[in-house]
Design a protein around this ligand. Structure first.
Ligand SMILES: [Zn+2]
Length: 163
């Protein structure tokens, strides 16, 4: 896992008290559910970024001078052209891909944390035990069917077992 996403789940107080292993497993599920959508969106954004960065790179060139520069070899201008044409566009695209994918995953984690709540009193249902697909809200005493909330038992993570 890359550094920007390292223990992102620690930003959510609802996930306090769960072990890293529990959180990572839970995040992996969220990630897998949105993998294709996130991949498509990140790739589209990266494609647009590549086009824009490529246009900036090409736009910053002077065609006639470019010919001279490429003949000249290793001048500072040559390095500039290599950067603006061959390094800047793919670099910007790759960076945007990573940033977009990370932002989408963080949003998906936040949405899932918000989803796993009692619809009546908003108490977080994370860490609660379920019985036959039902969970009892300890705050207001309402018994909820997980399926009716669009949840599965794994969405509750399970009992907190971190120190
Ligand atoms: Zn409740």
């Amino acid at each position: 896992m890359r550094i920007p996403l390292h223990q992102t789940y620690r930003a959510f107080r609802e996930l306090d008290g769960f072990s890293d292993e529990q959180c990572e497993q839970w995040v992996r599920r969220v990630k897998a559910q949105f993998a294709i959508r996130h991949l498509v969106i990140a790739t589209v954004v990266a494609g647009v970024t590549f086009s824009v960065a490529g246009a900036i790179g090409v736009g910053s060139q002077i065609p006639l001078e470019m010919l001279d520069v490429f003949e000249a070899g290793s001048s500072p201008e040559f390095a500039y052209h290599i950067f603006s044409l061959l390094i800047f566009p793919p670099g910007a695209a790759g960076l945007s891909w990573l940033i977009v994918r990370d932002r989408l995953l963080i949003r998906a984690i936040r949405n899932r944390v918000l989803l796993v709540r009692c619809p009546r009193c908003r108490y977080s249902l994370l860490g609660l035990r379920h019985e036959d697909g039902f969970v009892l809200c300890p705050e207001c005493g309402t018994r909820h069917e997980l399926a009716a909330l669009g949840l599965s038992p794994a969405d509750l993570i399970g009992p907190r077992d971190a120190a």
